[in-house]
Write a protein that binds this ligand. Structure first.
Ligand code: UGA
Length: 481
């Protein structure tokens, strides 16, 4: 088999749509399948159902080489390689619900009358490739007509397109050399460096002289590489968050500590940002799935429990800081800056911010929230009420508030007009769950600044211990400060 004639991507979600657009950018003809007809209609009319940088440009650039369809059989029939990129949500036990994968495999089984490679692109538990093989055998598919491979993605929301086209590595877990060679040809434009020399190629860290490596493994190893990589990154975040609790207890500064640790090239500076902890559709789900996988394999992996516990604890730490600064929360007006689970996305799945907002509401706080992209989605889970409203910009959110809380690391929040913020707030208090500012800058602008794993700072050098020191019930907030 030479270069595959066409690729089929099943699932038009974050992974599937980005993969389809990037495969087209690499020069392949692509079928992109989804059983949600409304989504297919939207994509056919040039719409983009997800918020992802560079994706609208790529989809419009390749309108003629991507065929969006609801017909999995027609698409698989015309393709040599079928990527399964359907949802793999968490099931109630913490494991992974593979029913969408099963439906997709059953759907394409009739098209396996000539050789195709079926590729797991969704994040799946170890040994899913074996289960897919068994399912196809049950459908009486000739084993000579297919191979299974695992080709996990390491895309970050917000930079998924660049991550796909400029990857650190491409993992191909194939059960046969034939399947590995087919996938090697799919990725040849990247691994040969050819893509990066193309006029109009999207720029990123890779170049023709520094093309990405492709690592060939067994399917089981590839499946574990995905879960272990996400769990390891989650571990780094929880580790630094645990250290930040220690730093606070002894009056050290977690930003200095992260910097000092990250300068060791064996540790590296990335994923050592302390704060509210990780969220999103991947880390929480993947650590839980890795726990379930290990337990099912009879392997105790208690470190994974600690990663989750530390992550949960960070939200409590933050809410306690708000309560420490504002004393009682009932009726206090609080500006919430950031709802997405991280900057650069409208995704609120498992967002630490949403959990903090829910806790503050349950304590009786009145919240005015602002997010550059995630307000529409948030309103589906946290509708406007007497205690919760949404503002058009961060200054409106902060207007008359007792404090501003920074919950998401949006670029916009790194360059706030601090004089204006101080002016509109009722009290100049900022509680920063993402450590976006230096204490010196905030104090210079007149703020009491409370952050994660660093000493509290205020113009009067009032420390948290003083704030919490038994004020009389009648004391107004300004007296306390
Ligand atoms: C993550 C991985 O980084 C990707 O490699 C992987 O492909 C993806 O999951 C997935 O499995 O699909 P993503 O969830 O988009 O990507 O976001 P990250 O940028 O990794 O951030 C995850 C969370 O960790 C965010 O809530 C972020 O705020 C938090 N984080 C990250 C920290 O709290 N501290 C850090 O130092 C870094």
């Amino acid at each position: 088999m030479g270069t595959p004639s066409a690729l089929c991507v099943v699932g038009c979600g974050y992974v599937g749509l980005v993969a389809a657009a990037c495969f087209a950018e690499m020069g392949h003809r692509v079928f992109c399948v989804d059983n949600d007809q409304a989504r297919i209609d939207l994509l056919r009319s040039g719409g983009v159902p997800i918020f992802e940088r560079d994706l609208p440009e790529l989809l419009s650039r390749h309108r003629n080489s991507i065929n969006f369809t609801g017909d999995i059989e027609e698409a698989a029939e015309a393709s040599d390689v079928v990527f399964i990129a359907v949802g793999t949500p968490q099931d109630p036990t913490g494991g992974v619900d593979l029913s969408y994968v099963e439906t997709a495999i059953s759907g394409l089984s009739r098209t396996l009358t000539r050789y195709k490679v079926i590729v797991e692109k969704s994040t799946v538990p170890v040994r899913t490739s074996t289960r897919i093989r068994r399912l196809l055998e049950r459908h009486r598919v000739d084993p000579a007509c297919f191979d299974i491979a695992s080709n996990p993605e390491f895309l970050r929301e917000g930079s998924a397109v660049i991550d796909f086209l400029h990857p650190d590595r491409i993992i191909v877990g194939a059960e046969s050399q034939r399947a590995a060679e087919v996938l090697a040809r799919v990725y040849e434009p990247l691994t040969s460096g050819r893509y990066y020399e193309q006029p109009g190629a999207l720029r990123g860290p890779r170049s023709a002289a520094c093309a990405p490596p492709l690592l060939q493994t067994s399917p089981e190893s590839a499946e574990i590489i995905k879960h272990a990589s996400n769990s390891f990154l989650a571990l780094k975040i929880s580790f630094i968050n645990a250290v930040s609790t220690l730093a606070e207890a002894v009056g050290a500064d977690i930003e200095e500590i992260s910097k000092g640790m990250g300068m060791d090239s064996r540790i590296g500076p990335r994923f050592l940002r302390a704060g509210l902890g990780y969220g999103g559709s991947c880390f929480p789900k993947d650590v839980a799935a890795f726990q379930a996988d290990s337990a099912q394999s009879g392997v105790g992996f208690r470190l994974l429990d600690d990663i989750c516990n530390i992550n949960d604890y960070q939200k409590k730490v933050f809410v306690d800081k708000v309560a420490g600064a504002l004393w009682t929360l009932r009726g206090k007006r609080v500006a919430v800056l950031g709802l997405a689970y991280k900057g650069g996305t409208d995704d609120i799945r498992k967002s630490p911010s949403i959990e903090v907002v829910q806790r503050l509401l349950s304590e009786g706080a009145v919240i005015v929230a602002y997010d550059p992209a995630a307000m529409e989605k948030t309103q589906t889970v946290l509708p406007v009420s007497d205690n919760l409203s949404y503002a058009h910009n961060l200054y409106d959110a902060a207007s008359g508030a007792d404090a501003a809380l920074i919950l998401t690391d949006w670029e916009e929040f790194k360059s706030i007009d601090l004089d204006r913020l101080a002016q509109v707030l009722r009290y100049p208090i900022v509680i920063d769950g993402r450590n976006l500012y230096s204490a010196a800058t905030m104090v210079e602008h007149g703020f009491t600044y409370i952050s994660m794993g660093r000493p509290d700072a205020s113009p009067q050098h009032v420390r948290k211990s003083c704030l919490a020191a038994e004020p009389s019930p009648e004391a107004s907030l300004s007296e306390v400060l």
